[in-house]
Write a protein of this length. Sequence first.
Length: 227
Amino acid sequence: MMKLDLERNQWLRDPALVQLMTCLNTYGQARLVGGCVRDSLLGKDTKDIDIATTLLPSQVKDLLPLIHASAAKRRDDHGSVLVVIDKKTFDVTTLRKDIQTTGRHAVVSYTQDWKEDAQRRDFTVNALYCDLDGTIHDPLGCGLRDLKQKKLAFIGDISQRVQEDYLRILRYFRFLAQFNWEEQPDITQALKPFVPALKSLSKERLLEEIKKILETPQPSTIIESME
């Protein structure tokens, strides 16, 4: 089984993270997920740290006093608890599956199945999980392969994934620019019919994503593809 090199990924040894993960794994099961795992496998710096857990949000909150941590208030968490410990924040989200989705709005239910949680994510390279000891888990069986091949692939049906969250159109191009990966014409064509739906999203969310694209090393090429 593949493992991250702990010497090269010192963020896994952060005392606050170790304390939080140890607590969550004592009463349930928890793994690092998404961008922090993907970027570490690509040899890039890790910024935001997301954690997936089998524990319910209420259970996570009940455990926080044990490690002198607190939960930051947020408007719409969909099962997420923003944990603050030693002035560091960690997004802890209960495993979940989508019941109904409309644009960026989703009705979810909690699950204990890691594959179900992975199936609701956007891209295969973002559906990778990692234990605190560096062990990598690939529930869909294709995330590591696509990462190695530098392939940005949607999970399942592209139309369904995009209609669940129209912002994924911009995220697709942002990740291509961020990783300097080649565009896949068939995916670009599949995204075209849904471009008008971007108007249904808030200007703030759109500007945030566009700003991230402009901050990539060479945004001009990907902007041409977007046009």
